[in-house]
Design a protein around this ligand. Structure first.
Ligand code: FE2
Length: 282
């Protein structure tokens, strides 16, 4: 197995490994280290089935069952299908997901840890996924901002309707999110410490962070605007251009990501997703 760092601040390609095969103890140890060191790992040309993806994901924590049953693989329900494919006018999977910067499941008390995406079908254009290195984002903030946010907690909301920075675009979306309005917001430290490496990161996102605990919006919103703008600077971003049979995994404790879209409904994209459960951020 070989690990090659990408040219930016984070991300690495892992080669000479077949994810259909059981991992040796040495490779697993090296992968776990690479995962927290590089935050995003890319495996090209993997010809895996859902059960291989599930077995691999389990090395990084308990795999969660997400989304509605009809959007999961029937005999492997921990694997969710993200696709614009339709069958008799009904969506085969989750149609549009993750189009604004976020860290997976941050509105939960225990958010996501690792997310794994595996590319089965790709559109003729678009469909890239962008990642932001939240350690580098934090480390490059001015000292005054670091001091200001040191003990603040962000409020994370699952309903898009509570967030004026985002739009609900998908058909039926407003009804879907209305049901989530009653779910209480979850607060998390804005500066998160990685439990393995001890490095700090900025733990807010445009999609989920709608305010700051015990701070008036007059003060909180301009501060959040400033942080979101800083996060989007190109220095901290890796844009993944998918190839068929790529598996990409990332650490939601130190990475924000978004789907960049840019393809038509008839131009089929199909991605298989697994996600592992994390712990309470501190
Ligand atoms: Fe996501």
């Amino acid at each position: 197995m070989k690990i090659r760092k990408l040219s930016g601040t984070f991300g690495a390609e892992v080669s000479e490994i077949d994810l259909r095969e059981p991992l040796s103890e040495g490779d697993l140890k090296a992968l776990k280290k690479a995962f927290v060191d590089h935050q995003v790992l890319i495996f090209h040309k993997q010809q895996i089935e859902p059960q291989h993806q599930l077995a691999f994901s389990r090395h990084f924590g308990p795999v969660q069952k997400l989304y509605a049953e009809e959007h999961r693989i029937a005999d492997c329900p921990e694997v969710v299908v993200l696709t614009n494919e339709m069958n008799d006018g009904k969506p085969v999977g989750v149609v549009a997901a993750g189009d604004y910067w976020h860290s997976d499941l941050s509105p939960n008390k225990t958010p996501g840890l690792a997310t794994f995406l595996y590319a089965r079908k790709l559109p003729s254009q678009g469909g890239d996924t962008e990642f932001a290195d939240m350690h580098a984002v934090y480390e490059s903030l001015p000292d005054t901002t670091k001091e200001r946010i040191a003990s603040l907690r962000g409020l994370h909301a699952v309903s898009k309707l509570k967030n004026p920075r985002v739009e609900v675009t998908r058909p039926g979306g407003a009804e879907y999110y209305k049901k989530q309005n009653s779910i209480p917001d979850q607060s998390h430290p804005m500066v998160r410490t990685h439990p393995v490496t001890g490095r700090k990161s900025l733990y807010v996102s445009l999609r989920f962070t709608i305010g700051i605990e015990n701070l008036d919006d007059a003060e909180a919103q301009p501060l959040l605007d400033e942080l979101f703008e800083h996060q989007e600077k190109s220095d901290f971003i890796y844009r993944h251009k998918w190839q068929i049979d790529d598996l990409v995994m990332w650490d939601n404790r130190s990475v924000n990501h978004r789907a960049s879209g840019g393809y038509d409904m008839g131009d089929i994209r199909r991605i298989h997703r697994t996600s592992t459960l994390g712990d309470v951020p501190f």
